[in-house]
Design a protein around this ligand. Structure first.
Ligand SMILES: Cc1ncc(COP(=O)(O)O)c(C=O)c1O
Length: 381
């Protein structure tokens, strides 16, 4: 059996999405910048996808720009807010994705001040500390704090952060790469200036994403070149990617509640089996209030811990030691460090999708127990 439980790293493309993309590899291959008929078809497909994203966010189409993914969107906003919006200080969290942390480190080298908001041991933001940071420094500030953490699933209250940013006249960017397609958004209600999305996290293709830039906070292009994306993002468009992104987001929005219920049931089932059958198991992050598709399990120290992921892989189960980008390296997860996770435990991130089944969860738990050599008589409760 092959069980894919690494959906926070990337998701399987939905066959319906792939079908929608296919003609743009073949029949409709024109360059959307061309004014002839070959260019017009892909051009209108891009605008259709833009409308789907704008509708999902309740934004204007003029505020949506396609990019190569979450990394580019996050880099763009952090770096361009310095050059174009007069930002002199950034507030972020120590548990952000490396594309945010490394971008803030890059601008810090250029003289920008960076503050890190405190997190509790479940990865939740200390909002009092955030307010203190905002209140104690009058420099123009960009707050960049993610919506859901990709390793532990802990979530931030976007409404609260938006209110604080409005109160102290700061720009607010949220890395929503893990939540676009999984939660409803309304940028008319939540006063956020920038949101980043990546299609491959919601059953769309890789290498395609978007940035929402509110009309009051327009920046200049991050890539210089042609006039694509209304002069905001140069380079011939990734048409099939954009078409796939739009369709994947439409499907995610249409089926959000049903998908959520299905995934939540899988997560709950895994939690209860692990709690009942693996003595001493714990969870990293905020299991109750975190993202419903992420479960970071802290397995008690065990002779088999070191090779846990390897053994799971041999058993056909794909999971992750943290974010995909850090797995395989021995530096350990900066996210787990930021919440003082027990270094003696073997920490494994399981992340689910609507394509997973209860049988797959049972198989994964059974194999986990087998690897840990937990026998039935050790069961507690
Ligand atoms: C929270 C978060 N931000 C940003 C990214 C980067 O997105 P992309 O892979 O599309 O560049 C990821 C992907 O792992 C992520 O989980």
């Amino acid at each position: 059996m092959k069980v894919y439980l690494d959906n926070a790293a990337t998701t399987k493309i939905d066959p319906v999405v792939l079908e929608e993309m296919m003609p743009y590899f073949t029949e409709f291959f024109g360059n959307p910048s061309s004014i002839h008929a070959f260019g017009r078809k892909p051009k209108s497909a891009i605008e259709k996808a833009r409308k789907a994203v704008a509708k999902y966010l309740n934004a204007s189409t003029s505020e949506i720009f396609f990019t190569s993914g979450g990394t580019e969107s996050n880099n763009m906003i952090i770096k361009r807010s310095i050059t174009d919006l007069g930002v002199q200080r950034i507030i972020t969290s120590p548990a952000e994705h490396h594309c945010v942390l490394h971008s803030t480190e890059a601008v810090e080298k250029l003289g920008i001040h960076v503050d890190y908001v405190k997190l509790d041991n479940k990865g939740n933001v200390d909002y009092n500390h955030l307010e203190e940071l905002l209140a104690n420094d009058s420099r123009k500030t960009l707050v960049t704090i993610m919506h859901a953490n990709n390793e532990i699933g802990s979530m931030t209250d976007m409404e609260k952060i938006a209110e604080l940013c409005a109160k102290y006249n700061a720009y607010y960017h949220s890395d929503t790469v893990q939540t676009i397609g999984y939660f409803p958004f309304d940028v008319q209600k939540t006063k956020v200036h920038f949101l980043s999305g990546a299609s491959h996290k919601f059953h769309g293709p890789k290498g395609c994403g978007f940035i929402y830039i509110s009309s009051g906070a327009m920046v200049k292009p991050y890539l210089d070149g042609g006039a694509q994306e209304r002069n905001m993002r140069a380079g011939t468009e990734n048409i099939y990617g954009i078409v796939g992104l739009g369709r994947a987001l439409e499907l995610a929005a249409e089926n959000m509640q049903a998908n959520r219920e299905h995934i939540e049931a899988l997560k709950k089932h895994m939690i209860s089996r692990l709690q009942e059958e693996i003595p001493g198991v714990k969870f990293n992050g905020d299991v109750e209030n975190g993202h419903y598709r992420v479960l970071n399990v802290a397995l008690p120290p065990n002779g088999k811990s070191d090779l846990m992921l390897f053994n799971l892989d041999i058993a056909g189960i794909a999971a992750s030691a943290g974010s995909a980008c850090s797995s395989g390296s021995d530096i350990g997860s900066h996210v787990l460090k930021s919440i003082n996770a027990d270094p003696a435990c073997s920490n494994i991130r399981f992340s689910f999708s609507r394509f997973n089944t209860m049988d797959e969860i049972d198989y994964a738990v059974d194999k986990l127990k087998e690897i840990m050599e937990i026998k039935v008589e050790e069961k507690v409760g």
